[in-house]
Design a protein around this ligand. Sequence first.
Ligand SMILES: *Cc1c(COP(=O)(O)O)cnc(C)c1O
Length: 402
Amino acid sequence: MPAIPSFAAMPDENGFFGAYGGQFVPPHLKQIMDGINAAYDEIRQREDFQQELASLFADYVGRPSPIFHARRLSEQLGGAQIHLKREDLNHTGAHKINHCLGEALLARFMGKKRVIAETGAGQHGVALATACALVGIPCEIHMGQVDIEKEHPNVTKMKILGCKLVAVTRGAATLKEAVDSAFEEYLKDPEGTIYAIGSVVGPHPFPRMVRDFQSIIGREARAQFQQKHQRLPDYVTACVGGGSNAIGMFTAFLEDEAVHLVGVEPAGEGLEKPGRHSATLSKGHPGQLHGMACYVLEDAQGQPAAVHSIASGLDYPGVGPQHSYLKDTGRVQYDVASDAETLDAFITLSRVEGIIPALESAHAVAWAIRTAPTLSANQHILVNLSGRGDKDADYVAARLGL
Ligand SMILES: *Cc1c(COP(=O)(O)O)cnc(C)c1O
């Protein structure tokens, strides 16, 4: 299997998925982005790059990740069969390593002297610091002071991995300020540096590139499922923050019209409570954010809204342009799961199958748990288990008084 297949159709040469995507950035930055796109177009077709990425996926990440049939859970629910694509078993514990390795290899290919990024909960920071250690490129991660205090294990890991951690103290000192700070630093030397975006968001070519690197998930899963069951699943589901694990899973199934694709957004404390959810596709409107056209959650002043989710990896007021397009075309259905349902799913999967999921992934598990009883025992739901829940264990235990 080539490390990166060719997706001829989307996006177009200007980075648009229908009305979404593009490059809403100043002209000098557009030039830089076009340079990254050209370098990516070159590297993705090179045999040596394909081979290096494929062998890192196999020997470093531990791919292919297995598909596990959650038999006990399926039996208890008394409906469809639930299967889990185990991205939680990857090195560093989630799907993010897939695109971080790709971005680090691209940085090396382009002769960049430094990789820079922001991180919220620290998951992207750890995956990127890991990839940069492996490839041998200096890495600088900007993180809000508030998040630094909350996410101690990830902060420690980033330091051990040798990245430069920049504490951002301005404003609310969380993800948004970290993005602003990292971006300002990037703009000081966009020739020598590459900004490694953590999801399928931002200006073209990032939504395309990150999707391509993540598409290994769905290509593996589709072949594995075929081989095991001589058919395809009826439903394929994944949680959606920026949308990288979901698009990585869905891409291989887009042409399979009989397969229902369902993205699950965080309903947080309720869709009727502005600022207390992060369901961009369900409650937002087309707009612009971080250099792209996409669905956006906005407040009354037209600014990006405050957002919330029990899973910090999902609280983003925008979403990938391809998801915005797939929603409008109806090819993917977007549903939600609340904090409470997610917490239930987290505990249920832990206790019935012995798998502690990331709170992000538990949103997709919650959707499967809700939906399976409405289907029959010969129907199949494939869930992308995007990451493991070690990072969330203390929080959940404290919240539930365990
Ligand atoms: C970061 C993260 C997500 C959310 O990001 P997407 O780009 O929407 O995939 C989901 N699951 C896990 C485990 C994460 O770390």
